[in-house]
Design a binder for this molecule. Structure first.
Ligand code: SAM
Length: 681
């Protein structure tokens, strides 16, 4: 669990870290020092104009009060304003990406108080304070100014955090702000292993600046591969260090069979029309990337995203697994994105009324007990509640204890999808083709061409298939191991007793607070059925299931008739995780990685990527409202060669090659080619 910093404010109003015995910024003029030491000595101003990529990446050790970040953001905004006024937005950097590592985050009240020292940064400080994350270990992606400024705030030790990150061999960082308290006050951080890991994620010619000129720091940086020199320090300080790494080293986070390569992204075709597609479109639009949407239905969100009320909460396990990490961070990111849509004037019906998961059966009660014992999750994310506390929260009598997700709630998914498509369109206008059933996709010399029953579209540099249960209908993707699970949700008339319900209830299924005087009650679960047909029998099943658990509760026994229902097929995979990444052709993999059968210490051949530019983004099951926004950001970040918000282990867990790799390792795939017997040294 992440612990907050213990601080007090000294006589001059400067925040002071009690555990380190050091100040967060200079007593004289912290802002001027931050600007001189980190911004100017990394030569950021000039590089924003001359950089060869649309995004510039700064990484910092020790977020503290966020002063370095805010100062950089302020100057980046000035840069954008200048480019705009000179009509030169096509030149120079368009997106600032700031990565910061923080082991002991400030409490939000302390942060707010500390930042009052800087009136010129007030507007930006407020935005930071309003979005400041809860104490959950890992990467929190915060976006500002329509995604033009991205802050990846990693809560945890800097070295440990870098070592969890997903990054390519070319590195991701353009400039380092090597901050942290003075080396003498914080020797644990200033270690050779940190300098080496910094080098691992640096791009060629990445620079660094640090306020210290300590000899062992300089020697450590040189050993890690940075050229360093001493330069004049700020104010009364004689020296500080600056440096540059001439080449990116060969480190990369993934083994070659789990690489996430970049792609052209000149113009992208998206096949699908639900929450997954809208998240992809939104992530592309934030980067100014052209895209077109192709949906076989007459309007968006008619498949698995069609519910009237969909519950939003994280699916957490009582262990620190890739699964839990994915859902915990996805949930917090989704909440920020949805709130941003609302702040930007887009609307969708919703209630952040919390989600209460009842321990209606022994296995659930055992799981909740385990969650309580492990104490892995901050209270703001999940807390155990007694039956009395739960009933107080719910406003109805049930007698069940459970776990409560106070930031959860429900949204109307079709309205949300429309809001997201609207927001994407506002940032980057796109064409949408509804009633357009794409039956064929083909790679030509000019790019990907899509064919519907009566028309051709393209060529496109990239195609992203987000078509849920229909994602395996194309010749190229027919081997996709989709598990289709049909689910029906019934809309039941509210009663005076049921109208008292104040939160979403989860049992084996879910039951929502009244909306338009109806509750959503469901859902059924039919594996391997791909039908949207609504049945009366399933409405009976849904009511019977509710009564089975709540026959002693007035809210459940007094409900009215079922007025309507919706059925759809949730697209899942056998491991209950989504799939996001470039399409992996099985024969290409079995050829390149044949030696996986022999163990992981043998050499491989390069991949040929016969379907270069084809991607898959699906398998969110009933959890897309929670997981799709962050998975879309991660996936598009990989394709755009940007820092990635998901850790390497989560990236591998959702990688499209995972089933092929698993079967190769288990020697379950028949080989047609001879194996290459070359030993790795
Ligand atoms: N850059 C900050 C700013 O703009 O306000 C000031 C940073 S303050 C001098 C140093 C920060 O480094 C503290 O917030 C501290 O908690 C953090 N820190 C110390 N050791 C760390 C470590 N091993 N990993 C990550 N953060 C660390």
């Amino acid at each position: 669990m992440i612990k907050n910093a213990h601080i007090h404010f000294n006589d001059l109003g400067t925040p002071f870290a009690d555990d380190f015995g050091d100040i967060y910024f200079s007593n004289d003029d912290g802002l001027a020092e931050s600007h001189y030491v980190f911004y100017e000595q990394n030569n950021i101003e000039t590089r924003l104009q001359t950089h060869d990529q649309p995004h510039f990446v700064i990484a910092e050790t020790g977020f503290g009060t966020g002063l370095n970040f805010l100062n950089t953001w302020q100057h980046f905004s000035d840069h954008i304003a200048r480019q705009q006024s000179q009509n030169q937005l096509d030149k120079g950097v368009k997106r600032l990406h700031f990565i910061s590592f923080e082991k002991y985050p400030l409490k939000v009240n302390d942060l707010s108080k500390a930042l009052q020292a800087w009136p010129t940064l007030q507007k930006l400080s407020e935005k930071l304070v309003n979005n400041y994350p809860i104490n959950l270990q890992g990467c929190h992606r915060l976006e500002f100014d329509n995604g033009r400024v991205v802050l990846d705030l990693h809560f945890g030790d800097a070295l440990a955090s870098i070592n969890t990150m997903s990054y390519p061999q070319t590195g991701i960082v353009d400039a380092w702000y090597l901050d942290g308290f003075a080396p003498s006050k914080n020797p644990e951080m200033w270690q050779q292993s940190l300098f080496n890991s910094m080098a691992d994620i640096s791009k060629a010619k990445a620079t660094l600046a640090t306020f210290t000129a300590a000899g062992f720091v300089r020697r450590g940086l040189i050993e890690a591969g940075f050229d360093t020199i001493k330069t004049k320090g700020f104010g009364k300080k004689r020296d500080m260090l600056i440096g540059q790494i001439p080449h990116a080293n060969t480190a990369q986070s993934a083994p070659p069979y789990f690489n996430q390569d970049d792609s052209k992204l000149n113009n992208v075709a998206i096949i699908g029309g639900g929450i997954a597609s809208s998240c992809i479109l939104y992530s592309l639009a934030k980067r100014g990337i052209n895209a077109e949407l192709f949906c076989k239905d007459p309007q968006p969100a008619m498949g698995a995203s069609h519910n009237v009320q969909g519950a939003v909460y994280p699916h957490l396990q009582a262990k620190d697994s890739p699964h839990s990490e994915l859902f915990a961070h996805s949930f917090l990111y989704a909440k920020r994105v949805y709130q941003q849509l609302l702040n930007d004037g887009f609307s969708f019906d919703h209630q952040w009324c919390g989600v209460l998961q009842h321990a209606v059966k022994k296995p659930l009660a055992d799981k909740h007990k385990n969650l309580a014992q492990k104490q892995l999750w901050p209270k703001q994310l999940m807390q155990n509640v007694t039956a009395e506390q739960g009933d107080e929260i719910a406003g109805v009598q049930t007698g069940y204890p459970g776990v409560y997700f106070e930031q959860g709630g429900w949204v109307n998914p079709p309205q949300l999808v429309n809001a997201m498509l609207g927001a994407a369109n506002k940032l980057m206008p796109h064409n949408s083709h509804f009633n357009c059933n794409i039956v064929n996709i083909e790679k030509t010399a000019n790019g990907w061409v899509l064919t519907s029953n009566n028309q051709q579209f393209g060529p496109f540099s990239d195609v992203i298939i987000c078509a849920g249960e229909h994602s395996d209908t194309f010749e190229q993707t027919k081997s996709l191991p989709i598990v289709g699970v049909r689910g029906q949700v019934s809309h039941v008339q509210a009663s005076p007793e049921s109208r008292k319900l104040k939160t979403v209830l989860c049992h084996k299924g879910y039951f929502t607070p009244a909306y338009l005087d109806h509750h959503c009650m469901g859902a059924t679960f039919d594996k391997n059925i791909k039908s949207r047909h609504v049945s009366d029998e399933d409405n009976h099943t849904n009511r019977a299931q509710l009564i089975n658990f709540y026959d002693h509760s007035d809210f459940a026994t007094t409900l009215g008739k079922v007025s309507s229902a919706k059925a759809a097929v949730r697209c899942t995979f056998i491991d209950h995780l989504p799939m996001a990444g470039q399409w992996c052709e099985q024969s290409d993999y079995t050829n390149a990685f044949a030696n996986l059968r022999l163990g992981k210490r043998y050499q491989y051949l390069p991949l040929n990527h016969p379907q270069q530019g084809l991607h898959i983004f699906t398998g969110f099951g009933a959890r897309a409202l929670c997981s799709a926004p962050l998975c879309a950001e991660h996936f598009i970040s990989c394709l755009a060669n940007e820092p990635r918000p998901l850790s390497e282990r989560v990236s591998q867990a959702i990688h499209p090659a995972r089933f092929i790799v698993r079967d190769l390792i288990r020697n379950k795939i028949y080989m047609t080619k001879p194996t290459i017997w070359v030993n790795c040294s």
